[in-house]
Structure formats: structure tokens, C-alpha cells
Design a protein around this ligand. Structure first.
Ligand code: PMP
Length: 459
């Protein structure tokens, strides 16, 4: 552990030497970062002694909450025994083997094999290579195109950012790479026509997939990738008609369906995986984050038997990462999953704390600033709007969201803002009392934001 330093010293060093992800460093350095020093359960502590309710589970990952000695001990024991070895050259080790078997047990029945990575981004890069390799082996090398959705987030590497549909990311660095196309997302509030019901919108948006396949030719399309609920895009919860229609299209076409479960996996939606909540049948399942609850970096790509069998006929798959199946990360995952199973955390989300929080979260839709307040499992959003009925946006999209996010932070509640949408995804261990506290702080944040907007004449 580094020697403790003062907040001012740390801020100065941070400003001098540290480039933060997704940050305007000039603005951040002028303001100074909040320095997080420790955490326990759902609570963070900063260097000034504030206790902050972490409504985002870190970055959607700390599903079992902070301070789990059991995971720490498992990692320490593994590091003493075998801190590292690779799985490239006819070698393997017990943590990677045991975790592979555990994942085969927890994921839907079509999945029995996993390819390990170090993160969600690496997992999605793996997906691009893997689906193209699959069709090469099947002697359909022209099937290369992967369909994704606008405003999707699949990671930050060149491949994963190309799969993602974030225009501000594509603008920086000449993305996407070839043979990735993006269709509309099922974001009813923001993108439905006036008078179009959620159900109609869900069907229409799903059929965009069919239209692209028809327009480009099925012989060109390798896969469709999507998150069950689009997380970083703003917790876009699809209308109930969306997934059944997508599932129909995928069933009728010879394309692979990839479910990116980096956020939705490991209990977030009240089932182990989001594809179970929405009854889709993926051929590939992408995971990271909750697999270790963020205690160690780890990702994985589950491959359905029908795909794995083809891949195994193809000789070498020339792909892998130094840290694929890192033993200490696998040990963290095994300890994390043991906690989830023993404490029945997935069931708790479905039957207990999920419904408890949802009832209170939904009531926030009555606030004059809130257009909709959807929640599934323990992931939810608050759409901020100047006009609930007309579903209009504030001018200069993002300004109000940031204002509200800053109020929330000042109220010691971590909520994230995406455009003018506030989002939460608290640890699955959050208690009822802590849910009440979260709601009280969210409500105060909305009141403060509304008062400020009135003062500015924006509402
Ligand atoms: N896919 C999804 C759905 C994600 O939400 C994320 C990260 N937020 C990623 C992939 C990328 O994961 P990582 O940051 O571990 O590379």
C-alpha cells in the first residue's frame, strides 16, 4: 500500500500524471477528482471522510458489494500458490478449469465452453474474431458483417468501440472498422413516433434487423450483437415486444446472436443472465464485470455447443491474451460466484430487493421533472424532461443530466448521467433501508435540480 498522502497532494499528483478514461482532463484537473479511499457493502468513503452510497456498483460491477474478505483471501491464497501461468501452450491450471466448469453450470444449457479474456472490451474483440472464424470454417468467408445498434456500448478497444454505436467514440479515431453496421435501438421515450405505442415501437425497431439482413443479403451477415438492456447507453429497457421479435428473426436466419451480458450478467436483471429474463437464445454470451464483482479484472466469451463444435474442427484459433484465464482473477470469480450462490443473491433481486426498490423508484415518475422511471431487477433510469406528455428534450442535451448528477454527488449518492437520463445499478446486496436512503437522496437531487432549472427559467 502506498504511504497515505493529503487530498491536496494526491490531487496535484493526479492532475500532473494521470489521464482518466472518458474525461475532459483540462476541466477535471481544474476541479480536482474525488479520491475514494475505502468501501464496505454499498458505501464508499472518500479522502475527506464522506460516506457515499454507490448507486452504480462501481462501474456496474461490484454485485456482491465491497469488503468481501472471502474473495480477498481466495485471491491471496491463489497468488501464493501460483500467481500466474498462461493457458496458451498445452498448459492450464485449476482455477481456470474450475471456473470454466462453474460457468458452464450457471449459463443456459447451450453453453459449455468459455474463452477467457481480461475485460468486456477484450471479450467483444474476441467475438468479432470468433464469429468470422466460425463462418470461415463453415466455408462462408463472405459472412463477415456484424450488426449492432446505435448508442450501444460494447467497449473501448478498436474492435469493441466499432461494435458499439456511440457516435462520439467513432468520431475519435476513424471508427468503425469495416463490416459493422448499426440499426436503431429500442429507446421508446427518445425515438418513438408521436402516438406510437411501446408495443408497436418494439416491433418496428426489431424489424430493422430483418430489413438490414434483407438489404445486405443473409450471405453477408455473420451476427447480431446486443445487450439485453442497453446499459451505458442510458439503461434502455426495451418494450416487451422487442426481444420476441428479434428472437424470431434470429431463429429464421443463419446468423449468430451475441448477447453482451457484461452489465446484465450475474444477477443484475433478476436472473443469472439477461437473456433468461428476456427468453432469448444466444449463441454467444459475453461477460465481464460481475463475474468477479470487479475484485479482479476478468472477462469471458461463452460459446454455444453448435459454434464450439465448428471452431474445434478448424485447427488453431490464432487469438489469445496473456491474461486469458489469469489464475488469481479466476480464483476471485470462483469466490464471488460462491457468495452469490450461497446468499441466493439472484433470487433476492428477483423476489425481494428488486421489487422493493422498483416500487419506490417508479413513484419518482410523479416528479415534475421525470418522464419515465423504468427498472428491471436492480437497474433503472430516470428520464429528465421539460415536457412529460410531448416527450421533448431540454435544449443542449446533457446539460441538465450533468447538473442533476452533480447534485446527486453532492448528496453523497452516485448516480450516473447519460444525456439527460440518470441511471442506477446498485450492488445486489443493498438492504431495504439503503434503498430508502437511495430514494430519499434521488428525490432530493430531483428537487434541487428542478429548483435550479426554475431559477434559470428552463422549466
Ligand atoms: N460491454 C458492455 C455492455 C459494457 O457495459 C462494457 C463496459 N461498461 C463493456 C462491454 C466493456 O467492458 P470493459 O470496460 O471491461 O472493457
Amino acid at each position: 500500500m502506498p504511504q497515505p498522502k493529503s487530498t491536496a497532494e494526491l490531487r496535484a499528483l493526479d492532475a500532473a500524471h494521470h489521464l482518466h478514461p472518458f474525461s475532459d482532463m483540462k476541466a477535471l484537473n481544474a476541479e480536482g477528482s474525488r479520491i475514494i479511499t475505502r468501501a464496505d457493502g454499498v458505501w464508499l468513503t472518500d479522502s475527506e471522510g464522506n460516506r457515499i452510497l454507490d448507486g452504480m456498483s462501481g462501474l456496474w460491477c461490484v454485485n456482491v458489494g465491497y469488503g468481501r474478505e472471502e474473495i480477498v483471501d481466495a485471491v491471496a491464497a491463489q497468488m501464493r500458490e501460483l500467481p500466474y501461468y498462461n493457458t496458451f501452450f498445452k498448459t492450464t491450471h485449476q482455477p481456470a478449469i474450475e471456473l470454466s466448469a462453474k460457468l458452464a453450470e450457471l449459463t443456459p444449457p447451450q453453453f459449455n465452453r468459455v474463452f477467457f479474456t481480461g475485460s468486456g472490451s477484450e471479450s467483444n474483440d474476441t467475438v468479432i474474431r470468433l464469429v468470422r472464424r466460425y463462418f470461415d470454417i463453415r466455408e462462408k468467408p463472405q459472412k463477415k458483417v456484424i450488426i449492432s445498434r446505435r448508442n450501444a456500448y460494447h467497449g473501448s478497444t478498436v474492435g469493441a468501440a466499432s461494435l458499439g454505436g456511440m457516435a462520439p467514440m467513432h468520431e475519435q479515431g476513424g471508427l468503425p472498422i469495416p463490416d459493422i453496421v448499426h440499426i436503431a435501438q429500442p429507446y421508446w421515450w427518445g425515438e418513438a413516433r408521436q402516438g406510437e405505442t411501446m408495443e408497436e415501437f418494439g416491433i418496428r425497431t426489431a424489424r430493422a434487423l430483418e430489413s438490414v439482413i434483407d438489404a445486405m443479403g443473409e450471405d453477408r451477415i455473420a451476427a447480431f450483437i446486443a445487450e439485453p438492456i442497453q446499459g451505458a447507453g442510458g439503461v434502455i429497457i426495451p418494450p416487451i415486444t422487442y426481444w420476441p421479435e428479434i428472437a424470431r428473426i434470429c431463429r429464421e436466419r443463419d446468423i449468430l446472436f451475441v448477447s453482451d451480458e457484461v452489465i446484465c450478467g450475474f444477477g443484475r436483471t433478476g436472473q443469472w443472465f439477461g437473456c433468461e429474463t428476456y427468453h432469448t437464445h444466444p449463441d454467444i454470451l459475453v461477460m465481464a464485470k460481475g463475474i468477479t464483482s470487479g475484485y479482479m479484472p476478468l472477462g469471458g466469451v461463452m460459446v454455444a455447443d453448435k459454434v464450439a463444435e465448428v471452431l474445434m474442427e478448424g485447427g488453431d484459433f490464432n487469438h489469445g491474451y496473456t491474461y486469458s484465464g489469469h489464475p488469481a482473477a479466476c480464483a476471485a470469480a470462483l469466490a464471488n460466484l460462491a457468495i452469490m450462490q450461497r446468499e441466493k443473491l439472484v433470487e433476492r433481486v428477483a423476489e425481494n430487493v428488486g421489487p422493493y426498490l422498483k416500487a419506490r423508484w417508479s413513484a419518482l415518475a410523479e416528479h415534475p421533472l421525470v418522464g419515465e422511471a423504468p427498472m428491471v431487477g436492480l437497474v433503472g433510469a430516470l428520464e429528465l424532461t421539460p415536457d412529460k406528455v410531448g416527450r421533448t428534450s431540454f435544449p443542449d442535451v446533457g446539460k441538465v443530466g450533468t447538473l442533476a448528477r452533480d447534485f446527486s454527488f453532492a448528496n453523497n449518492l452516485v448516480m450516473r448521467a447519460v444525456r439527460d437520463r440518470l441511471i442506477i445499478a446498485p450492488p445486489l446486496v443493498i438492504s431495504h433501508g439503503e434503498c430508502d436512503e437511495l430514494i430519499a437522496r434521488a428525490r432530493r437531487t430531483l428537487d434541487q435540480t428542478y429548483a435550479e432549472l426554475k431559477r434559470r427559467g428552463w422549466v
